[in-house]
Design a protein around this ligand. Structure first.
Ligand code: HEC
Length: 459
């Protein structure tokens, strides 16, 4: 339930154009208890599909860009499903992502037969929070990630090649053109944004195949090129404190979406070194999707392969590498976190579970289930100030706080339907940050034609 009257602020949105710098960002308070009639959300719609390999493949293929089912991504007839899935396959192909593995007709038939709209959404007690939204950037943009540093929240537009710095107090927005190496009008593919321990902002560019550093003080960009062609620079290896991991020589590492490699960049010299991870047999390399990675206390890198359905280790000091299967098929390990005891917390996109793997004991020590059925957790991030883990409830318009000791979840509901999130950031004052990261942006139902950063203040 939403208490504060954001509708009273609606007149501020004129023809969908919001004057960010002069208007206060909308502030909303999320109520504490479960609402009697919850709207049907994406997770509810997915939970109503028969469990099994096909449902998992639907989640793996259809939720990487937007939620599936309500509020937007649903059809009723076979013909309509066929048409839309054909279009989705083209978008997937044009962006060279290899996400959708199912044959269009077969999937259309399966969805027509099995998809149904539940009468109401799953009701669950939610924790209280004061929520503030900060609109920034074009509504046509795609804002995959966000982070907070130097008093600003930062988002970058995958298509528009712009960086937005949003003042966390005033909501004022500063815009920067990112010097990516792409022809005019083409996407640089801004993907992950994170910071190093010293607060420098770094962004990966999947399409221009570059990595860029932005100095928030001098406002200068430094561009690094020379990564493997066609490999899609994807994700910086982060540490237990959710900073970009720097090895003792100052090197940083990044994964590539389309290759089973991890690169090391020396930010001083620009030198790039490529490490090969274990080849996942029976799957073309481009489709494995080596996605996220974290570094343990010894500097070993642990990564997930979302479609490959494995997680693995690469030790850059020795070149040793191995992989392990997830405990079930097609669960889709995604953006994992690591804690100070070198335990991995691996979100399973397609099963709504979390594999807890102790790297020191070399065994799976737990497998947790998210409290909302049908939800697909894109990411787990560890709050460096409290040690709590935050999980994106990417299909339930929520964020979960997971206490790593008691393994209890608290649910914080975001105030919009279609609120698809992929990351969580933290500030010292206890605030929790995310952004609406749906592609297309318009699949999040909101009163702004913009990207949106969200600040959640647990009460
Ligand atoms: C690579 C990103 C991507 C993937 C993967 C993806 N979609 Fe989409 N989807 C989009 C975009 C972009 C739009 C809006 C443009 C459009 O409708 O063509 C969209 C829109 C939709 C819509 C709404 C169409 C409308 O007219 O409002 C449906 C339904 C949909 N997708 C279903 C699916 C299904 C089913 C899958 C999996 C087979 C899927 N999507 C996978 C990007 C994606």
């Amino acid at each position: 339930m939403i208490r504060d009257s954001w509708s009273a602020r609606l007149p501020a949105v004129v023809c969908g154009v919001l004057l960010n710098a002069v208007l206060p960002a909308a502030s909303l308070a999320a109520e504490g208890e479960a609402s009697a009639a919850e709207p049907v959300r994406s997770a509810d719609w997915l939970a109503a599909l028969p469990e099994g390999d096909t449902r998992r493949k639907v989640v793996l293929g259809c939720t990487p860009c937007h939620q599936m089912g309500p509020p937007i991504a649903l059809r009723n007839s076979l013909e309509d499903w066929k048409t839309v899935i054909g279009r989705m396959k083209k978008i997937d192909h044009d962006l060279d992502l290899a996400l959708i593995r199912m044959e269009a007709d077969e999937l259309a038939e399966w969805l027509t037969k099995n998809a149904r709209m539940p009468e109401q959404g799953f009701a669950i007690a939610t924790a209280k929070a004061d929520i503030r939204e900060y609109p920034a950037g074009s509504g046509k943009g795609f804002y995959h990630d966000m982070t907070v540093t130097a008093g600003k929240a930062w988002i970058a537009d995958y298509f528009g090649n712009k960086l937005y710095g949003i003042d966390t107090k005033s909501g004022a927005v500063e815009t920067f053109d990112i010097p990516v190496d792409v022809p005019p009008g083409k996407p640089g593919g801004a993907h992950q944004i994170d910071i190093t321990r010293s607060g420098e902002l770094w962004i990966t560019f999947t399409k221009s195949e570059q990595v860029i550093r932005f100095d928030t003080t001098t406002r200068e960009f430094k561009v690094y090129s020379g990564f493997e062609k066609g490999a899609n620079v994807q994700y910086f290896v982060v540490d237990a404190d959710r900073y970009i991991y720097e090895d003792p020589q100052g090197g940083i590492f990044m994964t590539h979406f389309s290759r089973e490699i991890i690169s090391r960049l020396d930010p001083k010299t620009g030198e790039i070194k490529v490490y090969h991870t274990t080849r996942t047999a029976d799957m073309e390399e481009k489709g494995v999707h080596l996605y996220a990675a974290v570094a343990d206390s010894k500097g070993r890198l642990w990564y997930t392969e979302t479609h490959g359905n494995r997680f693995g280790m690469l030790d850059p000091q020795t070149g040793e590498t191995f992989e392990k299967d997830m405990v079930e098929k097609w669960v889709g390990p995604k953006r994992l976190a690591i804690d100070k005891d070198d335990v991995l917390w691996i979100p399973e996109l397609a099963s709504g579970k979390i594999t807890v793997y102790d790297t020191r004991a070399a065994k799976v020590v737990d497998r947790l289930t998210l409290p909302i059925p049908g939800d697909f957790p894109y990411a787990i991030r560890r709050n460096r100030y409290t040690g709590d883990l935050w999980v994106t409830g990417s299909g339930s318009d929520s964020l979960y706080r997971l206490d790593p000791k008691t393994k209890q979840f608290s649910v914080y509901r975001l105030p919009r339907q279609g609120a698809y999130t992929r990351t969580v950031s933290f500030t010292e004052d206890g605030d929790i940050w995310t952004c609406y990261a749906s592609f297309p942006n318009a699949h999040t139902i909101k009163p702004y034609d913009n990207g949106v950063v969200v600040r959640l203040r647990p009460q």
